[in-house]
Design a protein around this ligand. Sequence first.
Ligand SMILES: [Zn+2]
Length: 408
Amino acid sequence: MSFPQIAQRLDKFRNEMIDLQVRLASIPAVSPSSGGEGEARKAEFLLGYLKDNGFQDIEVIKAPDLDAPAGFRPNILAYFRGRSASKTIWIMSHMDVVPPGELSLWKGDPFKPWIESGKIFGRGVEDNQQDLVASIFAVKAFWDLGLKPAFDIGLAIVADEETGSDKGIAYVLQKSKAFRKGDLILVPDAGNEDGTLIEVAEKSILWLKFKTLGKQSHGSMPERGINAFKAASHLIVELNKLYAAFPQNDPLFDPPISTFEPTKKEANVPNINTIPGEDVFYLDCRILPHYKVEEVDSKIKEAMAGVEKKFGVTITVEDMQRAPAAPPTSPTAAVVKALEKAVKAVYGKEGRAMGIGGGTVAALFRRMGYEAACWSKLDETAHQPNEYCIIDNMVGDAKVFAHIMMQD
Ligand SMILES: [Zn+2]
């Protein structure tokens, strides 16, 4: 068998792939915590489809959820057996979608997908159905041609990715022994427009709220008050020294450094002639995995103490988000090398292992010691109105998956 033969077969599947996309996007699968009914109906449809299209050993892992009408959130593990069972090539995609948001911003009904100039529009078509469908058809091409991939293929089609994965892959990892250390784990839920970004690492995220308390007074009598805004402004300047305190540079990341940026600022007094007695601002830190988040904490505490002493204010800090980075997947891991080969063969581009500033669901695998990589060729229209999937990307991604399945 040759790769062009499989690629050709996938080109012929183009209309069938569009059809499956449209059918999936017509079944809303919004999580109960976002006001939906969950993935049960979508999973039921998919189970039938997988059975009819060559998948063997299909398992459903149900995470209990009393807020879902079905009472559970379904997670599907579906296998297609290869010549060797010594490892499994996993592709994980998710069934749930985010709510459509403001409907007037959509050109059509988000759950009645439509096609326009080479794109499918609808909620969930890119995130994550593009690659859910692509992974199914990569396998279907082997089945249709009567071929066996080099190793077992496993599709993990999970729930609850958009609201934290507790009833999705986190539950599966807890309940199932399906994943093994030597497996290739591919999560096609992050990427870039030309398909060159292979995500292997992430920064820790730390979002903080700083509240500075001084003493309000008349604008003409600053000495009778303590200007909380002024003290907080000095704190912001002090916090900028975090850049110098944590200077590590890692070219795996873009930007290659840790970042510490003041962002949101709450309103204080409504009038100009009052010295504000209270000030609230926020800091968004993205910290390279080389540093412990606690090291940053202690530097921040020092800065706060300095400003408190100098200005006589009281400053408190509160976590808005604290997500320590998972250990990175090595840029030379088997899953990265396999992706690089496949991306080169299908898209003619050099894939590049990189870290990103935000967390992905691959972190859940990495924390448990599995090497997982995120990759997809996409326009990043996820979560936006008029979300779309470029049909060529869907077919191309299927070829990339099939190429990996062929590699020895
Ligand atoms: Zn997603």
